[in-house]
Write a protein that binds this ligand. Structure first.
Ligand code: C2E
Ligand code: CA
Ligand code: CA
Length: 698
């Protein structure tokens, strides 16, 4: 503009000069032209002056602007206060994203520079750093670099190297002569004039960078600004680390919660069928009962469902098919599950149903009938068609009950009652159902804890040779001392633990305890001939797939010679499942354990097939022994058993010898491999008495 103005002015002067030179003008006109010329000269002077004024004003404005905007000397306190504010904002961030968004915004607002960028370097390799800019705050949106690569200079290895010695790189004017030309090359095209780049360290490495740009005009970075940025960089490192830990601990917490949920689930559910287990059923029953106690309209019903003859299915088809059958049964039961109908597996082959808010007693009976019908339909498991049934006992809630578990007890009693009337039926509990059932239920409950509460012990009944009455060994017999009722005979409780399956555990405990005792006697009386121990085993134990293995494990562990252990297996077990039994007997023979057939004569085994079984001894049942003195038929049976045993090379133990007559009768028959056992010889003895008995034989 200045050029145009002076050129026009000069043109004007030369035009005026030309006019002045003209001789046609009078002096008046000449004077006027001179005046125009001097006015023009004055105009030029005014213009120069105005221009100078403008530039000085500009300078002044700039100074003012700088002194206003960039407070060049903030005291330390002020910086700390500003930092504290930013830190407070940073702490509110709960993700790294949020943290970096906050930081760039805060810096931008605080320093009023044109562009703030937070950039995370690739953690794999700095050279390959190819991440895009994710966080920025920019004054002019046209300058945004979001989602773009960071200018190459910042990830230049040489540049990155510099952060090892100084946390920030400060460039006031990228065109200044001492500035790295690479920086200029990279940033000039963007219009950058001034730069600060601050490291966000991570241990010895760099996590990322904070980059500040000033465009178009040069900016002198102030020392307090640099200080603030460096402190922010350090704080960022800490905050990022904390957030990373938080994320990690979050994922640990999620994992832990999942484990707890699984544990919780497995504590409350039965692993085989996935149904709620006994514990969770009892808590739900407790809850229902509490509701009833607070509101007498909240009636509920409990159905106790027991599989009929489940044991024989296990014995005949094996445990695995038994398990699958239980799963199938639970599926059929689960069809009846509803918001108010809870179905649980409360024991091996026992299920229970809690029906809350039922319409009428009929609806509950209807449910029972539907279940009975559904289970009667054949199951197809591994190509075996299995027919089975369940018996159901039903109890309707009643405020007479004091404890919720009494309700389950009565459902169980009703179930047994219905079973006595025939399998596959239901019975509604009534108070006149016999007292005996209650006792049995109580026993069943108490037996659950008998082993762990160490309420069992063993007694030992001497067995002697028929002629010299020499002690050959003992039969071990199980005893249960109930905490309230005292001694309870095996006849009373064995049937229960066989039904619940607890006999398996108990059986191994018996063998271990007997082996310990035998080992003790062997050590205490090294000079007496080898004592043997008869151990009773029940059907359920024998059919376990690892039965023989476990027996061998125990006697090996206890360092007992296998031939000193005589497993007493009743004839009826043998006959129930002859295939499995004969296989087991073979295996027992292989490991060297003796096999005795208990209660021999009471079963219906034909002597002919006994021939093919590896049996060591037949124990003649005491029902024959007790009759020998008077009953000719019994005598005949005993004589033929003796002949049979003799011809097959089997030994004989006569059980239940109570009188001298009985003993004499057997003595009169003779036979070298006959032993006797019975009250006439000795009652079963506790450990001390048995030990004394051994002492007297030495
Ligand atoms: P069992 O194997 O036939 O055992 C013999 C039973 O007859 C024992 O009864 C014993 O005390 C009794 N007894 C012995 N001598 C005489 C006698 O002269 N006269 C009479 N009347 N009885 C005599 P206990 O101890 O009550 O055992 C009953 C049954 O319980 C045993 O019959 C056996 O089948 C079973 N049992 C006992 N202990 C165990 C065990 O540890 N495991 C298993 N599975 N069953 C056991
Ligand atoms: Ca026995
Ligand atoms: Ca017996």
């Amino acid at each position: 503009m200045r050029k145009d103005f002076s050129e026009s002015l000069l043109e004007l002067f030369s035009l005026v000069d030309n006019l002045i030179a003209s001789e046609q003008l009078n002096s008046q006109q000449q004077d006027n032209l001179q005046n125009i010329k001097s006015l023009g000269e004055n105009l030029g002077k005014y213009f120069d002056h105005a221009e100078r004024e403008i530039s000085s004003l500009k300078q002044r404005i700039k100074q003012l602007y700088q002194s206003n905007q960039y407070i060049d000397s903030r005291n330390e306190n002020e910086v700390d206060t500003l930092l504290a504010l930013v830190f407070a904002r940073m702490r509110q961030s709960i993700t790294i994203d949020e943290l970096l968004e906050t930081v760039v915004l805060e810096i931008h607002q605080l320093l009023h520079n044109d562009h703030v960028i937070a950039y995370q370097l690739s953690q794999q390799s700095l050279e390959e750093s190819n991440l895009f800019i994710g966080y920025e705050s920019v004054s002019d949106p046209a300058r945004s670099l979001l989602e773009q690569r960071l200018p190459t200079i910042y990830t230049d290895p040489e540049w990155l190297e510099r952060y090892q010695t100084s946390i920030s790189q400060i460039v006031n004017d990228i065109d200044a002569p001492n500035v790295d030309p690479k920086l200029r090359e990279s940033l000039s095209p963007l219009g950058v004039k001034s730069v600060i780049a601050v490291a966000i360290p991570s241990g010895k490495k760099l996590w990322g960078l904070l980059v500040l740009h000033q465009y178009d005009v040069v900016r002198e970075w102030q020392s307090w600004e640099v200080e603030l940025l460096e402190k922010l960089g350090t704080q960022l490192t800490i905050s990022i680390h904390q957030l990373q830990l938080l994320v990690k601990s979050d994922s640990i917490r999620v994992e832990r919660d999942q484990i707890i949920a699984r544990l919780h689930y497995s504590q409350l559910h039965d692993s085989l069928t996935g149904l709620p287990n006994r514990d969770s059923f009892m808590s739900l029953l407790d809850l229902a009962f509490t509701k009833l106690q607070t509101n007498s309209n909240r009636n509920f019903a409990v159905l106790f469902i027991d599989c009929d003859r489940f044991q024989s299915i296990n014995d005949n088809f094996g445990i695995s098919i038994g398990d699958q059958l239980l799963q199938e049964i639970s599926k059929r039961l689960n069809i009846y599950r509803k918001i108010n109908v809870i179905i649980a597996r409360v024991d091996s082959d026992e299920f229970a149903i809690l029906v809350e808010n039922f319409d009428s007693q009929e609806s509950v009976i209807n449910l029972a009938n539907q279940i009975l019908e559904s289970i009667k339909q054949p199951f197809l498991i591994n190509e075996n068609q299995i027919f089975t049934s369940v018996s159901i006992g039903i109890v309707i809630s009643d405020l007479e009950y004091i404890y919720a578990n009494e309700i389950l007890r009565d459902a169980n009693i009703a179930m047994h009652h219905s079973r006595r009337l025939g399998r596959g039926k239901y019975a509604l509990f009534s108070t006149d159902m016999n007292q005996g059932a209650k006792v049995r239920w109580q026993l069943e409950n108490d037996l659950r804890y008998a082993l762990e509460r160490q309420e069992f012990h063993l007694v030992y009944q001497p067995i002697v040779s028929l002629h010299q009455h020499q002690l050959t060994g003992f039969e071990t017999l199980l005893r249960w001392v109930h905490p309230l009722q005292g001694l309870i005979s095996p006849q009373e409780f064995l049937a229960i633990v066989e039904e619940t399956g607890d006999i398996i555990q108990i059986g191994y405990w018996v063998l271990e305890t007997a082996c310990n005792q035998l080992r003790q006697w062997q050590q205490d009386f090294p000079n007496i001939p080898q004592l043997t121990l008869g151990i009773n085993v029940s059907t359920l134990q024998v059919v376990q797939s690892d039965f023989v293995e476990r027996i061998q494990e125990i006697i090996t562990e206890k360092q007992i010679l296998p031939n000193l252990i005589k497993l007493e297996i009743t004839e009826s077990i043998l006959m129930e499942n002859i295939e499995v039994s004969s296989q087991k007997l073979e295996q027992l023979r292989e490991i060297g354990v003796q096999v005795h057939i208990d209660d021999f004569g009471t079963g219906f085994s034909s002597f002919s097939y006994l021939k093919n079984l590896p049996i060591d001894v037949l124990k003649i049942d005491r029902s024959f022994t007790n009759k020998v003195a008077t009953d000719i038929k019994s005598q005949r049976i005993i004589q033929s058993i003796l002949r049979l045993a003799n011809s097959l090379g089997m030994g004989i133990i006569v059980e239940g010898v109570e009188t001298s007559e009985e003993l004499e009768y057997f003595e009169s028959l003779g036979g070298s491999s006959i032993e006797v056992q019975g009250y006439f010889i000795s009652h079963p003895l506790d450990t001390d008495k048995a030990t004394q008995w051994i002492q007297t034989t030495i």
